[in-house]
Design a protein around this ligand. Structure first.
Ligand code: SAM
Length: 282
């Protein structure tokens, strides 16, 4: 396997530190440093950015981010077994790698950014990946503290994030992502690239904040999308009836035909629905 730096190969690092992968932590490690470099480069120019990496594990992507020139990497890892390896990487790149032991769901992005542009890059643990994405999208300030997200998901989840109306993958996740971001699927990664190999193909998604944000209350958007896609084959007038008795009038007020189905409604259409139903959602 090709070298990208003068640190030991990841296979040796994992063996020497006894980092057998744990399913409970969503651990599937990437050992090919050329592949991790491809992911790091997909995040664009990192030379002026602080990069937040969730779940560095044995450090394959972390090393690539540093080789790609990231000004600073802040890596949040829940598994303390990985800390000594990460400390070795930090020693190789003085002042450029900060390790936080903890849960990425609980970190303060504003404190991590410390006034610098923040890019988030991660091979996400599958068990908290969607939850993290929704947390970053739901940021109370907009534009958010982050300027881009370059994230690995299971391909099926990635397809739902970037899905357009009319496609089978289009649903709540696509509407919430499309509400605040431009999301693009960049490339697939075969299960064979991981140790241990997961059952399914993965994919990299790149998201940037929408320049023109679509204003509506998140809670209302969550409610209308949950109700509409919860019964995606039904017409809106039936699926949204559970939210309030005058649902049909509100759908018309949103400028939509009550006979349309959830999967035909654009992100902008859902934003209008959220505004029309906001009184119900609170
Ligand atoms: N970045 C490494 C790579 O690409 O080989 C490891 C990726 S592995 C899919 C996910 C990593 O996230 C694991 O190292 C795991 O311990 C860590 N992790 C799981 N849950 C976490 C959480 N809530 N917060 C921070 N890290 C977490």
């Amino acid at each position: 396997m090709a070298q990208i730096d003068d640190l030991p190969p990841l296979r040796d690092v994992i063996r020497e530190h006894g980092l057998d992968a744990r399913k409970s932590l969503g651990q599937n490690f990437l050992l090919d440093l050329n592949l991790t470099l491809k992911i790091a480069r997909a995040a664009g120019d990192l030379t002026d950015a602080t990069v937040l990496e969730v779940g560095p594990g044995p450090g394959g992507l972390t090393r690539a981010l540093l080789v790609a020139g990231a000004k600073k990497v802040v890596a949040v890892e829940k598994d303390r077994r990985c800390l000594p390896v990460l400390a070795e990487i930090a020693a190789r790149y003085p002042g450029r790698l900060e390790i936080i032991e903890g849960d990425a769901l609980e970190v303060d992005l504003t404190a991590i950014a410390a006034g610098e542009p923040l890019k988030i890059v991660a091979n996400l643990p599958y068990n908290v990946g969607t939850q993290l994405l929704l947390q970053w999208i739901a940021s109370s300030e907009w534009p958010p503290v982050w300027s881009s997200l370059t994230l690995m998901f299971q391909k099926e989840v990635a397809e739902r994030i970037v899905a357009s109306p009319g496609s089978k993958a289009y649903g709540r996740l696509g509407v919430l992502a499309g509400w605040r971001t431009n999301a693009e699927l960049l490339f697939d990664i075969s299960p064979k690239a991981f140790t241990p190999p997961p059952k399914v193909t993965s994919a990299i998604v790149h998201l940037t904040p929408r320049v023109e944000p679509l204003a509506c209350p998140l809670k209302a958007l969550e409610q209308v999308t949950a109700a509409a896609f919860g019964q995606r084959r039904k017409m809106l007038r039936a699926s949204l009836k559970s939210l309030c008795p005058d649902a049909e009038d509100r759908i018309v007020a949103a400028g939509l035909e009550p006979t349309r189905r959830a999967e035909e409604i654009s992100v902008e259409g859902f934003v209008e629905l959220a505004k029309a139903f906001r009184a119900e959602a609170g």
